[in-house]
Structures are given as structure tokens and as C-alpha cells.
Design a protein around this ligand. Structure first.
Ligand code: XLS
Ligand code: CA
Ligand code: CA
Length: 437
């Protein structure tokens, strides 16, 4: 069955092409900063938005025209697998990600749910083998079903916690079966609505214990994926425990888990936390905890998680600067956790959206490589902090300074002279680089 029969393979046609179904910047084999674009940009398609999403919002039902939606139950689940692999092949994308509940419907019992999963996982495994496509990560959806009303790993009800453990166990087995490169934990309901009814200490201890059990079980079955926690400050809970990169790292350190986890950072979650994406990436990088990225963008006018496809070249450029400086993402990738707008309901919009996201990152990569090569920011920053390379600054950096020596210096020092931060000049220079690539 051909699910997108009217669309062929998407090719790189370059900047002069007017074909909306072609890449203008993403050229998988082009070499940038010593590696191919394909190696730098390990793009991934998100099952939940692209195959399972319907365009429904709290005010209206789905609008998306998806040829596979004429089926239901397990037939629908199977049709979506076929559509996914055709979509990946036509786009030339080598990775995908899913939640357990995206790929197969829940049954009446946990046993039946797991049997449904087994059937679809077999089918996915065959398609992966035939195509060479890989699983960037999988995860367990422990936020959608009403049983998780008060959370999963932070539930106030031990029966729910046990169910979550069982679901997590099965998900780790699936990850192993499909050779997932990473395994993600996003705790949509791991937070609280009000402290009036919440034992925060117990909830966080329990969450850490669940993570520890997952580490142990992965070791037991020989599942060697990189574990990733995905921070998000809120939505659906009012206060989510894994608020942002810094909070999540502190949590992992507090519970002695930092050696087992890295972070999966999402652009829209960063902005919901009041940060830029590059801020979150920088924090993770400083702690050696940068794992993988969920690429999307929010809307300045809307205060929620809109998961739009990334088209902001400024953000993709600064993101790629961080990635290049990190020496890449290792086992991680750039997963389009992004959905087409409700008004973009035709199947070809899925192609336009991914092409827009991939070209935005490809152009961001080219601009970032040029920025680094020209040492525009590096030179400025080095100069800005040069007072720490000699004299009293050098003593501060090397840990030799004391409050006595600082006082002595300050008392004798001539009037302090600060220099401009030149933010506007730097932005203008970055603009020129983005225009030029
Ligand atoms: C929701 C999250 C979710 C995770 C995976 O906001 O982004 O989709 O990426 O559970
Ligand atoms: Ca995400
Ligand atoms: Ca999101």
C-alpha cells in the first residue's frame, strides 16, 4: 500500500529551487565542519504527532486527513507502521521515536495491551531491518489514561505506581528488542497541582526509586540505551518536578543517579520555563549531560506548548553552535516533536513541515559552522573576560585569591572601567552570517 502515492522522494535541489517538495539547504552528503550533514543532523520523526495526531484541540475534534484513519483498532495500528516507513523513506530520515501507546491500542487488560504491543513491535522490527531505519528513542506514555490522574511514578496510590512500573518494564523490553539508542522519561503528570494535598518529599523519593529500578532492569536485560530525562516546567501539571535542565540535574545528583542519565531537551519546554533553547543546552553541556533534542518552537503570543515545527533561523543557528561545540550529540538526535497546525490538515503538510524543519536546521548548521570558523563570538568573549587571564583575575580563577587579597587589590586599584557588551553589534553580525549561507 502506498500511503503518500502523490509524493515522491524529497531531494536536495538547492537554494534556487522553487519546488516546495525539495530541500533547499539539507543536503545529507554535504560536508560541514568535517562531517556530513546527515551525521550532524540525526533527524527523527515523532510517531505521536505525525502518525497518531489528529489535529484535535480542547475546542474541537480532529481535522487531519490521514488515509490510514479509515481503519480502527489493530488494523489502524498496522497501517500507521506502513505509513511511517514510507514517510521516512521519502524524506530520507533515518530515525523515529514513539510512546508505547502511540504504536498499539490499549486492550481490556494489561496482558492484552502487551500482546497488541508485541504484534506491532514485530512489524516495526521487520520494517527497520528492511530499511535500515533506527529507533532514536522510545518511552512509556504514563500520562494519558485516567488511571494516571494523580501521576505515575509520583502517584499518591501505590497500585498506580505498580502499574506504571509494569508499563515501564515492558517499554524497556521493547527498547531492547528494537535496539533503541536512547530511552526517554518525560513525566507529564509527575508534579503537583497544590501542596495542600501533596507529600512532595515522598513523591520525589518514589520517582527516584522508579528511575533506579529502570536502571537496574535495563542492566538485567542488557539494554544499553542512554537514559534521558526530558524536563518541562508545567503542562499538564501546574508544577512539574523535572522543571528545567538545572532542576533535573540537581534531582539526579541528589539521588545519586547522575551517572545513569542525560537530558533530552525540548525547545518549547525551554521557553515555557522562561529560558531560551540554547540556555538549556548550555546548562546540560556544562554538566556533561547533553543527550538529545526535541526540536520545535513555541509561539510568543501563546503561553502553552504549541509544538510548532522549528523555522526560527536564529534559534536553529544558536542551537547548532552549541551542538558543534559539544562535538555533536553522540547517540542523541534531533527529534521533530512538532505538529502541523490544525489548519494544515492535508497529508502533504506533513512533508512541508518536516522539510521546513530540516532546512531550518541545515541552514542553522551552515551558519553555526561559519560563526565558529570566523571566531566571531569566541573572540569577543575571550576579549570580554581577558581580565581573568592575568593579575588578580588569574588569582581568582586559580583559586588563590582570598577576601584579603581582593580587598587589598580593590583599595589600591584605580577607578573601575567597564566595557560595552555590544549585544546589538553582535546580533547584526550574526544576521549577516545567516543571510550569507
Ligand atoms: C510533551 C513531551 C512529550 C515527550 C515524550 O510535552 O514533549 O511528547 O517528548 O513523552
Ligand atoms: Ca518532547
Ligand atoms: Ca512538547
Amino acid at each position: 500500500m502506498d500511503w503518500f502515492s502523490h509524493i515522491g522522494s524529497i531531494k536536495h535541489e538547492g537554494r534556487s529551487s522553487a519546488n516546495p517538495l525539495a530541500y533547499k539547504h539539507y543536503d545529507p552528503k554535504a560536508i560541514i565542519a568535517g562531517q556530513t550533514m546527515e551525521e550532524h543532523l540525526r533527524f527523527s520523526v515523532a510517531y505521536w504527532h505525525t502518525l497518531t495526531g489528529t489535529g484535535a484541540d480542547p475546542f474541537g475534534e480532529g481535522t487531519a486527513m490521514r488515509p490510514w484513519e479509515r481503519y480502527s483498532g489493530m488494523d489502524l495500528a498496522k497501517a500507521r507502521v506502513e505509513a511511517l516507513f514510507e514517510f521516512l523513506d521519502k524524506l530520507g530520515v533515518r530515525y523515529f521515536c514513539f510512546h508505547d501507546r502511540d504504536i498499539a491500542p490499549e486492550g481490556e487488560t494489561l496482558q492484552e495491551t502487551n500482546r497488541n504491543l508485541d504484534t506491532i513491535v514485530d512489524m516495526i522490527k521487520q520494517s527497520m531491518k528492511a530499511s535500515g531505519v533506527k529507533l532514536l528513542w522510545n518511552t512509556a506514555n504514563m500520562f494519558h489514561h485516567p488511571r494516571f490522574v494523580h501521576g505515575a511514578g509520583t502517584a499518591c496510590n501505590a497500585d498506580v505506581y505498580a502499574y506504571a512500573g509494569a508499563q515501564l518494564k515492558k517499554s524497556l523490553e521493547i527498547g531492547k528488542e528494537l535496539g533503541a539508542e536512547n530511552y526517554v522519561f518525560w513525566g507529564g503528570r509527575e508534579g503537583y497541582e497544590t501542596l495542600l494535598n501533596t507529600n512532595m518529599q515522598l513523591e520525589m523519593d518514589n520517582l527516584a526509586n522508579l528511575y533506579r529500578m529502570a536502571v537496574d532492569y535495563a542492566q538485567e536485560i542488557g539494554f544499553d540505551a542512554q537514559f534521558l530525562i526530558e524536563p518541562k516546567p508545567k503542562e499538564p501539571t501546574k508544577h512539574q518536578y523535572d522543571f528545567d535542565a538545572a532542576t533535573t540535574i540537581a534531582f539526579l545528583q541528589q539521588y545519586g543517579l547522575a551517572g545513569h542519565f542525560k537530558l533530552n531537551l525540548e525547545a518549547n519546554h525551554a521557553t515555557l520555563a522562561g529560558h531560551t533553547f540554547e540556555h538549556e543546552i548550555r546548562v546540560a553541556r556544562m554538566y556533561g549531560m547533553l543527550g538529545s533534542l526535541d526540536a520545535n518552537q513555541g509561539d510568543l503570543l501563546l503561553g502553552w506548548d504549541t509544538d510548532e515545527f522549528p523555522t526560527d533561523l536564529y534559534s536553529t543557528t544558536l542551537t547548532m553552535v552549541e551542538l558543534l561545540k559539544n562535538g555533536g550529540l553522540g547517540r542523541g538526535g534531533i527529534n521533530f516533536d512538532a505538529k502541523v497546525r490544525r489548519g494544515s490538515f492535508e497529508p502533504e503538510d506533513l512533508f512541508y513541515a518536516h522539510i521546513a524543519g530540516m532546512d531550518s536546521f541545515a541552514r542553522g548548521l551552515k551558519a553555526a559552522a561559519k560563526l565558529i570558523e570566523e571566531r566571531l563570538l569566541d573572540e569577543f568573549i575571550e576579549r570580554r573576560y581577558r581580565s581573568f587571564t592575568e593579575g588578580i583575575g588569574q588569582q581568582i580563577v586559580s583559586g588563590q585569591a582570598t577576601l584579603h587579597t581582593l580587598e587589598q587589590y580593590a583599595l589600591e586599584n584605580r577607578p573601575i572601567r567597564n566595557e560595552s557588551g555590544r549585544q546589538e553589534a553582535l546580533k547584526a553580525a550574526i544576521n549577516e552570517i545567516i543571510f550569507s549561507v
